[in-house]
Design a protein around this ligand. Structure first.
Ligand SMILES: Cc1cc2nc3c(=O)[nH]c(=O)nc-3n(C[C@H](O)[C@H](O)[C@H](O)COP(=O)(O)OP(=O)(O)OC[C@H]3O[C@@H](n4cnc5c(N)ncnc54)[C@H](O)[C@@H]3O)c2cc1C
Length: 383
């Protein structure tokens, strides 16, 4: 088969790897507008489950990714200057660049024609192929080109976010709430190598305007936010890279997932708010699911239909969970009166995937402290 993939993010790269593994005779061209060492973002987090999938599907890249990862089992919630730790939540953090570089290497080993610095401006310029994959991210050109057929919705959410880094090491997935003169700021941070942490800041539109971010340069933005999170950064600066922009999270959905010989994967097809750390996992699982349809020897139209049939319910479920999480962060101001332990409990159970019983199994000490706090509250109310 002649396969053209637009976009060498996690979904495009992994799909290329799996298809080459299925049959080396596939001619796969992967077009990426950036250079191999350019990427937006700093580190990404994965839940453990993702790694089983990677292990089953390509042991070589799995081993390399595994070696590049940092691991932790705690979520820390910082509120009113108090840190509440919830253990038993296994995550791995990895530099997005290191992760992509591993997949680049694997693609090249397998004979994928990986072309960097190749921006696709018009799909008509591409040579004919049997399968065209739009793995070109949330602002997908492939999706926009076939807008009528895919029937997408892109809901730009109301909070602004910016993806920064820092050399302060956050040993765990840390959610920090800081009330500042401009309004509420929330940081999502975790270390992803021995010297660097991801530090994503989000805030409401009013806070963003009060802080005059529309007038601030990148260094000024970092400086301002370093001041907001001074107590958390231990004297370390916030760092930007060339890809830093304040954005509104685009919640992407598509009514139809394929059209003729064209299919979408990953963020081009669906996004899940970064607060549940599942975007990359979903992108990789899409690649796995689509490759499986070809492994079953289905032809292109049947493989694409089967991909949608199998995968859509799973993605829909994730999007529901991610949406509850997104909405909670959008309305975080309403929770700022909560005690830190109560806020931590509500955050842990926000996506409805984790409940009281699961938390009790994961971290009995946390639940004991939460129960104690609750009974104290009841006692106070009775008096
Ligand atoms: C702030 C933030 C934090 C996140 N944190 C996490 C996290 O911790 N864990 C997690 O799992 N996920 C996280 N995600 C989500 C994750 O980044 C995405 O879900 C994931 O990268 C999707 O992979 P993809 O391959 O579909 O698309 P992308 O990674 O977006 O890759 C698309 C590629 O296509 C290329 N491209 C686009 N248009 C063209 C074109 N016209 N021609 C050629 N190339 C093109 C782009 O340069 C890019 O390399 C986060 C996202 C954001 C915004």
């Amino acid at each position: 088969m002649k396969i053209t993939i637009v976009g060498a993010g996690p979904s495009g790269l992994y799909f290329a790897i799996l298809m080459k593994k299925l049959d080396r005779a596939h001619e796969i061209t992967l077009l990426e507008r950036d250079a191999p060492n350019d990427t937006f973002g700093w580190g990404i987090v994965f839940s453990d489950q993702t790694f089983d999938y990677l292990k089953e599907n390509d042991i070589k890249s799995f081993n390399a990714i595994n070696r590049a990862c940092q691991r932790w089992d705690n979520v820390d919630v910082v509120h009113k200057d108090e840190k509440v730790t919830v253990r038993g939540n296994h995550f791995s953090g990895v530099s997005r660049l290191a992760f992509l570089n591993i997949l680049h290497k694997r693609c090249l080993e397998l004979g994928v024609d990986l072309k960097f610095n190749s921006n696709v401006a018009d799909l008509n310029e591409l040579p004919p192929c049997d399968l065209l994959v739009g793995a070109d991210g949330a602002n997908s050109l492939v999706r926009r080109t076939f807008k009528k057929a895919f029937d997408p919705t892109v809901d730009l959410r109301k909070n602004k976010y910016i993806w920064l880094g820092t050399h302060q090491l956050f040993h765990g997935l840390t959610l920090t709430f800081r009330e500042h003169e401009a309004g509420l700021f929330i940081a999502h941070s975790y270390k992803f190598d021995d010297s660097t942490s991801t530090f994503i800041v989000e805030c409401g539109d009013a806070t963003w305007r009060n802080a005059r971010f529309d007038w601030r340069s990148d260094p000024e933005t970092c400086e301002y936010l370093s001041e907001v999170f001074k107590k958390d950064l231990g004297g370390h600066a916030l760092l930007s890279n060339n890809f830093v922009r304040w954005l509104n999270f685009p919640l992407v959905k598509n009514k139809h997932w394929h059209h003729n010989n064209v299919v979408l994967l990953g963020d081009a097809l669906h996004t899940a708010h970064f607060s549940i750390g599942s975007g990359t996992k979903l992108a990789l699982e899409d690649a796995i699911a689509l490759a499986k349809c070809f492994k079953a020897r289905l032809d292109v139209p049947h493989a694409l239909a089967e991909f949608e049939r199998v995968r859509k319910p799973v993605v829909d479920e994730y999007q529901v969970a991610a949406n509850s999480s997104l909405v909670m962060f959008e309305n975080a101001e309403e929770m700022m009166h909560l005690e830190p332990i109560d806020l931590a409990y509500r955050l842990m159970t926000r996506s409805k995937k984790i409940d009281y019983e699961k938390l009790k199994k994961r971290d009995p000490e946390f639940i004991a402290a939460y129960d104690k706090w609750k009974s104290q509250q009841k006692g106070r109310k009775r008096k």
